[in-house]
Design a protein around this ligand. Structure first.
Ligand code: CMC
Length: 430
């Protein structure tokens, strides 16, 4: 999307013309690819606050408006009218499927839900008290040792099979990580169930008792998957792209994404948020925690608040909040003390000048944890659920990158602040 306009950079007596690229929507982008060759300088942008690292046609966020579009469709419309597997198709292919295309896609995903039986042994190598995210990083990485026929990234068919396998098997892996951590037998997937119901079945079914999936809970689960499906070039997606830029296989790349997602500033925030609500414990202790969050000398932050891109209400949080109200009503847990703390905290933070001025709104993780807790998931499963939902976004972005003929290995530079060249001294002389 080259433009005729250029930006002029002048320094040290040099003038460099930099092309301006215009997106379909959003801020213009100054193309600095030739800057080092022409000007012998780098740009400095730790945290990538002003850097577009790729061209993408998948997801768009307007952080000031609080807008999120998947392939142009507002997240609110998809949340209301669509469902997760249709959204997966949309993210992967760019268009909503016809009825036949959707049926074929769902069929293909469903046929890949089982894991190679030997992977069960792999699970058993972990300690029972391993965090399910630790298990997932290991098992997803190990998929490259089990599915040799979908590792060749230059073959579009193998890329397609790997994509199907990842979307289909991640719920199985997440559920197995959970079952292993609680000492229950693994539950095989059921292909007569939809994607979300099957996940609930694999998590909560036990051989001794029939588990009937409550349709309203399956709908709420599907909504959580949909709201987390993609989110532009966030830390884990950028990790997947960077890993993939070297030609690494898709299973290794997604394992890298899972590892990055685990951090409390990213996907780990949903677990950290619920743990924080527990630590606060009662409404009367909220002011103490709000004061800590505002104190520059205290590293404590209100988990589930703030976002790098959204400087307005996270649109996913709005949808999630409505769903949380419905689920809690359905399960009859409106008197849950945790929920009371959450509601009061939300109210206080939305009115407090510190949070208002810094535009720190509740994010998606603030509400998702409350729903997942009410559904019966332990906090350690919150981030694995985020990971399985985001897998389709990671794959869509990875495929887009592989298909980009201008793609090169990601290789950032640095502002070096270390010692200049010096002579080695023998250990006896130091
Ligand atoms: N509580 C208290 N103060 C905060 C918070 C918070 N949750 N978030 C940001 N601030 C303050 C921060 O101290 C800074 O203040 P100042 O300008 O005085 O130095 C200002 O707000 C800007 O924050 P920042 O750290 O420069 O913003 P960032 O874009 O680097 O970080 C964030 C974004 C999401 C990591 C951060 O808001 C945070 O740590 N939030 C809590 C963790 C969380 O909920 N993460 C989930 C994000 S949504 C899901 C996902 O995409 O993974």
């Amino acid at each position: 999307m080259a433009d005729t306009r250029t930006a002029t950079l002048t320094f040290d007596g040099k003038t460099i013309e930099l092309p301006i690229l215009s997106p379909t929507v959003g801020p213009d982008v100054i193309d600095i690819r030739k800057l080092y060759a022409q000007g012998d300088v780098f740009t400095y942008d730790p945290g990538f606050t002003s850097t577009a690292a790729c061209e993408s046609a998948i997801t768009y966020i307007d952080g000031d408006k609080g807008e999120l579009l998947y392939r142009g469709y507002p997240i609110e419309q998809l949340a209301e009218h669509s469902h997760y597997l249709e959204v997966c198709y949309l993210l992967l292919n760019g268009e909503l499927p016809t009825a036949d295309e959707l049926a074929d896609f769902e069929n293909r995903v469903t046929r890949h839900t089982m894991l190679h039986e030997q992977v069960h042994n792999f699970f058993r190598g972990f300690r029972r008290d391993s965090h399910p995210m630790a298990t997932m990083v290991g098992v997803v990485g190990a998929m490259s040792a089990f599915y040799h026929d979908s590792l060749d990234i230059t073959d579009p068919w193998q890329r397609e099979v790997a994509s199907m396998r990842l979307i289909a098997k991640l719920p199985t892996i997440a559920a197995m990580a959970y079952k292993y951590s609680v000492g229950q037998p693994f539950v095989y997937p059921r292909n007569d169930l939809d994607y979300a119901s099957n996940f609930l079945h694999m998590c909560f079914s036990v051989p001794a008792e029939q588990y009937k999936v409550e349709p309203a809970l399956a709908k709420a689960m599907d909504l959580i998957f949909t709201l987390h499906a993609d989110h532009e070039q966030n830390a884990s997606t950028s990790t997947v792209r960077l890993a993939g830029s070297s030609g690494a296989n898709p299973f290794a790349c997604i394992a890298a994404g899972i590892a990055c997602l685990w951090g409390p500033a990213h996907g780990g925030a949903n677990q950290a948020c619920l743990e924080m609500l527990r630590e606060i414990g009662s409404v009367d202790r909220i002011p103490e925690f709000v004061a800590r969050a505002k104190d520059k000398n205290d590293p404590f932050r209100l988990m589930g608040f703030g976002h790098r891109v959204y400087k307005n209400f996270d649109p996913r949080a709005k949808v999630m909040k409505e769903s949380a109200d419905e689920v809690l009503e359905l399960l009859g847990v409106h008197n849950n003390p945790l929920l009371q703390v959450a509601k009061e905290l939300e109210k206080i933070a939305l009115e407090d000048p510190y949070f208002v001025e810094k535009k720190l709104y509740p994010n998606v993780d603030f509400y998702s944890g409350i729903i997942l807790e009410a559904m019966g998931f332990p906090t350690s499963m919150f981030t694995p659920i985020f990971a399985l939902s985001r897998t389709v976004g990671w794959i869509s972005q990875w495929k887009e990158m592989i298909g980009d003929p201008t793609g090169r290995i990601g290789r950032p530079r640095q502002l070096y602040a270390g010692a200049t060249a010096r002579e080695y001294t023998d250990v006896t002389k130091r």
